[in-house]
Design a protein around this ligand. Sequence first.
Ligand SMILES: [Zn+2]
Length: 258
Amino acid sequence: MEQWMISIYLFIVGLFFGSFFNCLCDRLSNNQSIIHPGSHCDNCKHELTWYELIPVFSYLFQGGKCSKCKIKLSFWYPLTEIITGLLFMGSFLIYGFSIDTIISIIISSVFICVIISDAKYMIILDEVLIVGIVFTTICFVIKYGMIAVAYKYLHGLLLFSLMLLIKVFGDVTFKQESLGWGDIKLSFFVGIVLGVKLGVLYIFMGAFLALPYALYVSFKNKSNILPFGPFLISAFYIIFHFSDFFYDLITKLYGGIL
Ligand SMILES: [Zn+2]
C-alpha cells in the first residue's frame, strides 16, 4: 500500500477513535456503562442512527445540531475527532513502518483521553492510564526487552515519587489540594516513557505552559482550581517527539548531575 493511502486510512481510523474516546470519557467520568444505552442525544435521548455516528461529517451535515430536538452540539466533539485523526496520521508520517508508530498512537490516545476528561470533568481516568501503561509496556518489551522495561518502571516510580513530594509540599504550603491524584498517577506513565531526566523537564514545562491560563483564571474567577492535565500532557507530547533534542540540551546544561 502506498504511504499516502495508509496516512489517510489512519486519519479516518483516528476520527472514529476520537469519537469513541469522547464517548468513553463522558461515560466513565460520569460512572455510566460504556455499552448501554447506545449513543444518544443527551438532551432529548434520541437514539443516534448509523449516519449520525460518522465522526465530523454527521456534525457538518446536521449543521452542528441534534437532528431531532435541534439543540446545539458541542464543537468539542468534531474538534477532538480531527485532532485524534491528525495525531494518528502524524504518528505514521513521523515514524513510518516501525513499532514507534504504534507507541506514538498509544500515547496520542492517552493524550486525547486525558485532555477530554480533565478539561471537561477535572478527572484523569485510571482506566485510561492502566490501558495506556499495559499497551506501552508490551511495545517496550518488544522494542527494548524485559530488563530495560524493568528499568523504565523504576523511572516511572521515581517521577511518581517526585510528583507526590511536590504535592505534599504544595498541600502543606498552600493549605489546600495543590495537585490532583490523577496528575500524580499520570506521572508514573510519563516516567516510564520519558525517563526521569526528561520527566523533570516535563513537570517544569507543564507548569510553564499552565501559567498564563492559571493567571487568567485567578484574575477572572478569583479561583485557583484548574485542570493541570492538559498542560502536563502537552509538555509530555512535545518532549516525547523531540526527546533527542531535549535530552542533548539537558545533558549539555547539567552534564553528569542528573
Ligand atoms: Zn436531541
